[in-house]
Design a protein around this ligand. Structure first.
Ligand code: FAD
Length: 472
């Protein structure tokens, strides 16, 4: 790796708590300077691209796999997220059951559950110390409407045949042992989640892919991906060179809308995070999270937290505005009002933290499909493959995507390629200004719904309408 200059070093370290904690100097790999011909070209070196490369090279060590990354490996959401390696999938089980049948919904959930362990096993096999702890997830119910939603989610799991070992209701006393937060009336608990350090995972994975023979070109943006036709193979154009391949994989998630022809495929919606200083044992004696359980509550506007390996709280949530025309800028990663609101929410959960220092604040774009249904697939005629649209649930799902893409590319008829998200096509987002109005109105309605529920304890009808509009 060649060394990146001091400016880049500072810019990358500022990407997240996790980037700031990476050991050693941050290097950058060379960019692509001349045309190449490979078996598989992957655009984007986040977890999707890297898991795909890893799976392909594990199956066929002689395969020529090249990754093209506009910044550096892990620059995107993969190095900035909340570190929930969970069995969550963007579309609900109930919806998958409605659209594909109960067996398909069960198969998808079991595949996601197994993926949490796959990530742990792959990281261990490749010597990646991503500080993973599989403590499960505790989601608190903090008003009557949230209790009702929590009970419904347990009932939904039971109806599909998932038992106490997959999801269970904790009464108030049990819940408070796991998560000693203010106002907890009860909680749901699932063991299917691990907390990890995402930058260590994605950066370690990039090195592991290179050790397995993959080529990684950084500071090499794809400016166009062109479909193959007849005897012409697909190709990727970059500023200085062209890459020809049998298959081109698009793994650009939140940035997909910047590619020609993809402006309405995935909306970049920002999720923002903060992290506290390392917290003392006296705090943890009350707050719990002994097994580094990831935590949230049953409100509509997603919040998520983890106890880090060095005893901080890393805490995030949605709520940042969607930017007109799906624009993405470094400056959008920091919205003082949203970061302040996250801090207020954290202090509301843990009043003892009123005086705790917030050492890091950051954010990044998620890739959100119009129907909230992640997908992976390949179009054999054009040689183009894709994976993404994970919304906020990509840490584990990218691993499933990578293994599935490898099977699809290699033409293997496995259980993975039969899962209901394979080949799913989401409809496009509305053109502007409708997209801007719709997404920001939904965001506003979600906040209003949570406020109403915490005041009245009654489930919000507004939230139900938003859910219907989004196809949940
Ligand atoms: C703040 C935040 C918190 C989150 N928390 C969680 C969580 O706790 N659990 C969870 O499961 N998920 C979480 N997510 C979502 C999760 O991080 C993503 O779903 C996942 O990382 C997506 O991986 P990816 O490789 O598809 O995309 P990314 O990691 O975004 O990678 C895309 C890559 O493509 C590159 N790229 C873009 N355009 C081009 C181009 N034209 N040419 C070449 N390269 C290009 C980008 O630089 C980037 O490196 C969170 C996301 C954010 C932003």
């Amino acid at each position: 790796m060649s060394e990146s200059g001091p400016a880049d070093e500072a810019r990358y370290r500022a990407l997240s708590l996790w980037w700031d904690g990476l050991p050693g100097r941050l290097g950058a790999r060379p960019s692509l300077g001349a045309d190449i011909d490979v078996d598989v070209a992957i655009v984007g070196a986040g977890l999707t691209g890297l898991w795909t490369a890893r799976s392909l090279l594990a199956a066929d060590p002689g395969m020529r796999v090249a990754l093209l990354e506009s910044e550096v490996a892990g620059f995107g959401a993969s190095g900035r997220n909340g570190g929930w390696c969970s069995a969550l999938f963007a579309a609900s089980d109930a919806r998958i059951a409605r659209e594909h049948g109960a067996d398909a919904a069960r198969a998808m959930r079991r595949a996601m559950q197994a993926t949490v362990d796959e990530v742990a096993a792959a990281a261990a096999a490749d010597g990646i110390d991503c500080r993973l702890a599989k403590g499960g997830t505790v989601v608190a119910a903090r008003n009557a409407a949230q209790v009702r939603r929590a009970e419904e989610s347990v009932a939904e799991a039971r109806a599909l045949g998932f038992g106490e070992e997959d999801l269970r209701w904790l009464d108030r006393a049990e819940a408070e042992v796991r998560l000693g937060a203010h106002g907890v009336l009860g909680a749901t608990y699932t063991p299917h989640c691990a907390a990890l350090d995402p930058a260590r995972l994605v950066r370690g994975l990039a090195e592991a892919v290179e050790r397995r023979g993959g080529s990684l070109y950084e500071h090499t943006p794809a400016i166009a991906i062109e479909a193959g036709r007849g005897s012409n193979r697909p190709l990727v154009r970059t500023p200085n060179a062209t890459v020809r391949a049998d298959v081109v994989v698009r793994a650009t998630e939140g940035w997909t809308s910047t590619l020609p022809g993809e402006g309405r495929a995935l909306a970049p919606i920002y999720s923002l995070m903060i992290a506290t200083e390392p917290l003392p044992e006296s705090f943890w004696a009350e707050a719990g999270l002994v097994h580094r359980e990831t935590f949230s509550d049953h409100r509509h506007l997603i919040i998520y937290g983890q106890r880090t390996a060095d005893d901080r709280l890393a805490f995030g949530g949605r709520g940042a505005p969607y930017h007109f025309s799906s624009s993405i800028e470094d400056g959008f990663d920091r919205v003082p009002a949203v970061h302040a609101a996250l801090r207020d929410t954290l202090v509301e959960l843990f009043p003892q933290l009123a005086g705790a220092a917030i050492t890091h604040s950051w954010g990044g774009p998620l890739g959100v499909p119009r129907d909230w249904f992640s997908s992976v697939g390949i179009d054999r005629a054009s040689g183009l493959a894709w994976a993404g649209g994970y919304v906020g649930d990509g840490v584990a799902t990218t691993n499933l995507a990578g293994r599935t893409l490898a099977d699809l590319i290699l033409g293997r008829d496995t259980d993975l390629v039969a899962l209901p998200w394979v080949g799913h096509r989401s409809r496009r987002w509305e053109p502007e200004p409708l997209r801007w109005i719709g997404i920001n109105a939904a965001l506003w309605a979600t906040k209003v719904a949570d406020g109403g529920e915490s005041r009245t304890g009654k489930p919000s009808r507004l939230a139900a309408q938003v859910d219907r509009l989004l196809g949940h």
